[in-house]
Design a protein around this ligand. Sequence first.
Ligand SMILES: C[S@@+](CC[C@H](N)C(=O)[O-])C[C@H]1O[C@@H](n2cnc3c(N)ncnc32)[C@H](O)[C@@H]1O
Length: 269
Amino acid sequence: MSDTMKWIPAEVDADVPSVARIYDYLLGGSHNFAPDRAMADKLLAVQPNVADIARRNRAFLRRVVQFMVEAGVRQFLDLGSGIPTAGNVHEIAQQAAPGSRVVYVDYEGVAVAHSKLLLAENENAAVVQADVTRPDDVLGAEETRRLIDFSQPVGLLAITIGHYLPPASDPAGVFGRYRDAVARGSYLALTHLTDDFTSLHGDEIVETMKSTQNNVFPRTREQVLELFGDFDLVEPGLVTTSRWHPDYGVAPAVDPEEDGLYAGVALKP
Ligand SMILES: C[S@@+](CC[C@H](N)C(=O)[O-])C[C@H]1O[C@@H](n2cnc3c(N)ncnc32)[C@H](O)[C@@H]1O
């Protein structure tokens, strides 16, 4: 193993592409392997705007964190946080409100290893290696209990995670566990792949992703709305990523359906 490869955790299967590393590559990152890049190229062949979908998703995440900080939220639980890239949650939150606390959660080895490196000196942020479909593992983790005060509002971030949860894992029930765990005044933000949109080639994406570590399950608008439970959607409701309080740093899609993802934020009443 060369020096530059020493950071790769022993349990990482570099031969089978992972969505964390494919997404990192699509966003211009360097924490990915040849099989991830080959798979990203296959995705680009079936969905040529997939990198734009990823960039607008990431821009949505940044706006949402800013929005939640302005609403008074000072602690965040980021479910399926991925490989750190430009504009991570703790950077935005701690710049806007120093002392904000962030727990990242992912089950992928590269994502966790890089998060640990990045957060080594940050006493107010940590990463938990866990499967988000096991809420007890996430909510009961030492880092979660140290950093999150569940009597105070929490920003729950479920950004491009729902569509990796198979129906058998009961996504609505899983989301319900996290919603139930947080105090009134908490927010849930999510983005979710859908094939409601004609410009999204859902069947081909599902098929292509079958040879990765992460199967994909696009859902209808109604199924996505169910994930918010009895939380109240804030304006402008469930839209697509670039239409949720658009910013002009990342140009909104000409046709909202080109965003490919439903996006929304809801408040626990
Ligand atoms: C496309 S990335 C999204 C990263 C980040 N949330 C964002 O939107 O920029 C999806 C991440 O979810 C993680 N993931 C998928 N299923 C998961 C599960 N059941 N438990 C924990 N992490 C999961 C993947 O490893 C990957 O890092």
